[in-house]
Design a protein around this ligand. Structure first.
Ligand SMILES: [Zn+2]
Ligand SMILES: [Zn+2]
Length: 332
């Protein structure tokens, strides 16, 4: 049945300003129906900031979006990756094969790319985190069944031709975009700032709708890193943000403040949930902290986030991990 409400998402392109286009690409995730790639004119071609996820038919969605704004894959000269999450870099390899473009990415992309040789390991790591968080084993095992043999969402490995570290510049017809390292959401996260136009390509660091996610276990303190990255972006004084999901937005300071507020609230609620002095698992406290029940559909995201808040409080000396299985935490 094809009702209006069930209409299938399609890749769509639209102009943002002369020389820059939003390419809205469908995603298979509940609550995250699409993500953005951005095309910016550069000489006789375009720079493609992010590529979308690799899934059946995904390249056709990218081509459809480009076609709507009279662009083609063959025009891509550089693929610039904001961070190594599949919805941002998954189609890098097919785009490079079609266009001959070179690839720009932060060198710390291993949190995703190291799993290319071992996709089962990627899912097993998630299962291990869920068990350590205290999600009931039966629930985890059931969810794990559904993950067997499932693709991660990235079409093979790619070589990085240019490392996107602080200060590296990507030239476009709109002027230079300068790399600003913004770890936290992901270890490999960068934003790209065009100072002439005060335009920021923000990936998932700053989104139109405040939504937190942190990669757990790759760096010492993802939440602390995220807060530092917010301050770095605040200093830029951007006025137009092209983010990884959703529409462009202009109230940059308001979005930075809202992110800080949500982080502060969830840290406070984490301490509150541990207030009885007893050791608790992430799973036990997450429903209170996140203000929503934890189930198989949101566990991987929300428990990871909860572990990162606990880690932040450990770094601040407010919480300690107790040596149990699964992991439990208590106030110091
Ligand atoms: Zn992301
Ligand atoms: Zn994303």
């Amino acid at each position: 049945m094809t009702g209006g409400r069930a209409a299938k998402e399609l890749g769509r392109g639209e102009r943002v300003v002369p020389g820059a286009w939003r390419l809205r690409l469908p995603l298979p995730w509940p609550g995250v129906p699409h993500g953005n790639a951005w095309a910016v004119a550069a000489g006789d071609g375009i720079v493609l900031f992010d590529t979308g996820m690799h899934q059946p038919g995904s390249l056709a969605h990218l081509e459809r979006a480009l076609d709507m704004v009279h662009l083609r894959l063959e025009l891509v000269r550089h693929v610039v990756i904001t961070h190594a999450h599949v919805d941002h870099c998954g189609q890098t390899t097919p785009v490079v094969l079609r266009s001959g473009a070179d690839v720009w990415a932060h060198p710390a992309h291993g949190h995703l790319t190291k799993w290319l040789a071992n996709p089962e390991g990627y899912w097993e790591r998630g299962i291990e985190i869920a068990l350590q968080s205290g999600l009931p084993e039966a629930t985890v095992r059931k969810a794990a069944e559904g993950l067997k043999g499932r693709e991660i969402g990235i079409a093979g490995g790619f070589d990085v031709d240019h490392e996107l570290v602080d200060g590296v510049v990507v030239q476009t017809d709109l002027g230079p975009f300068t790399t600003v390292e913004t770890p936290g959401h992901a270890p490999s996260h960068v934003c790209l700032f065009n100072a002439e136009r005060r335009m920021l390509i923000s990936g998932d660091h700053l989104l139109g709708r405040v939504s937190l996610f942190f990669d757990f276990g790759y760096t010492p303190d993802p939440v602390g890193e995220f807060l530092e990255s917010l301050s770095r972006i605040e200093d830029l004084d951007a006025r137009l943000v092209l983010s990884g999901h959703g529409r462009t937005f202009t109230d940059v300071q308001g979005h930075i403040n809202a992110n800080r507020k949500l982080v502060a609230e969830r840290l406070a609620r984490t301490e509150e949930a541990l207030g009885d002095g007893e050791p608790h698992t992430a799973m036990e406290i997450a429903p209170h902290v996140m203000e929503t029940p934890i189930d198989a559909t949101n566990a991987s995201w929300l428990l990871t986030e909860q572990l990162c808040f606990l880690r932040r409080l450990e770094v601040l000396g407010r919480v300690e991990k107790v040596d149990t299985d699964p992991d439990r935490f208590r106030l110091v």
